[in-house]
Write a protein that binds this ligand. Sequence first.
Ligand code: NAD
Length: 499
Amino acid sequence: MEQIGHWINGAHVAGTSGRTADVMNPATGEVQAQVALASQDEMDAAIAAAAEAQVAWGATNPQRRARVMMKLVDLLNRDMDKLAEAISREHGKTFPDAKGDVQRGLEVIEFCIGAPHLLKGEFTDSAGPGIDMYSMRQPLGVVAGITPFNFPAMIPLWKLGPALAAGNAMIMKPSERDPSCPMMIAGLLKEAGLPDGVFQVINGDKAAVDAILDSETIQAVGFVGSTPIAQYIYSRAAETGKRAQCFGGAKNHMIIMPDADLDQAADALVGAGYGAAGERCMAISVAVPVGEETADRLIEKLVPRIEALKVGPYTAGDDVDFGPVVTAAAKENILRLVNSGVEQGAELVVDGRDFSLQGYEDGFFVGAHLFDKVTPDMDIYKTEIFGPVLSTVRAASYEEAIGLAMSHEYGNGTAIFTRDGDAARDFANRINIGMVGINVPIPVPLAYHTFGGWKKSGFGDLNQHGPDAFRFYTRTKTITSRWPSGIKEGAAFNFKAMD
Ligand code: NAD
């Protein structure tokens, strides 16, 4: 059985806590590796080593740090297939989708090559007589990333790129469900020239997370995962004065206006609802057609498309549309919620409950489901299902549709499909959701913009990647400097304006 330990001081080391978790192959239901779960002592030792290594790394000039990122881009491209294979094996997503996972992370590393520019401060010449004022952005020291199972390459890369390029050391605590990819990335960082100790991967569960939260050395924590844990981390991080950005769950609505191209909308819904088995925080899980006629026509177009979806293991080839969900518990939870939808009166138009795949009966496969006539009081509407289940809520008007999305507790992403520019503009302006698509179902911003949800989808005030990430991983120091022509002017005791 493969044993996955930790990455400390530039090497893979075995765990010493005596605790491990099983890493499953979701397609077969078999245990394929065991991952160490760190103790507080292991975490503390890794943090201390990171703090020591950070001093020289933080003092390294930004261009040299950027060159490590430049090299990392090459190495990620070189090992793209290997990384994607590790993701598919542990997560279950299809191979092309796993490559997308690496690619969207890699693009943030490309952005981080611009660190010298992004880290430039501000300067005011002659703010007063003989006085210059300037600000510099300095690294925080040791920072931590705590990441979810659903993007084991992309989200760790979103965090480590800006954190390291800005001169910090980072402790990465990836999901214990698919830890291999972050460990491989640690090896690539070493190969790219990152000094040992600057990036440590400490595997673990709540104990490891709590050790991060209790640490007085760690200055910031970047978290992505479910909302209850995001809220927990946000509040606990504050107790030790850490900076925290904590991104949580989602329930993304797509509004389909009567004038939309319904074939386009149906294709978009199928990709965004069922891709990666619905295990994306930007998946569309609620379709809101406006008007009964739009709803009827949309359902008519969706059903054959959904029934034609091919579910299978990543090894079955590139025409598989989606794979298994991540664990047996996730499968059970999804089916429980589907049953609750039926009991609470929603119409299950496509029923995937009996789905089984020959030869993979023990895998965690869930068939595609489509609900119609879902209402806001139902559990399937209120809860993030995180599975291949799309709910349709029929709205009588645009106002009712936008009102639904605005009243939901989550605010990660949303989309509107329409041909009407006025409706699209109004939607983009009024909606209280962080990322908005206009005829784009999954509006994940590119690396040079920033990614973050509102309401219960995001806690903290700066987003991931883009310029925000460099603000999050640095702090500003502002210097007022005076070079007097002589000391004859004497002391000044009043709080002076810069006249
Ligand atoms: P999760 O909350 O179970 O786990 C996330 C991380 O927290 C993992 O590293 C895990 O080890 C740790 N953790 C789990 N339980 C903990 C506890 N009790 N105390 C401390 N730490 C704990 O999330 P997941 O199942 O891995 O990921 C899926 C969730 O992540 C979904 O809700 C999804 O919407 C969300 N997500 C959000 C975004 C976003 O940007 N908003 C992106 C991807 C995923």
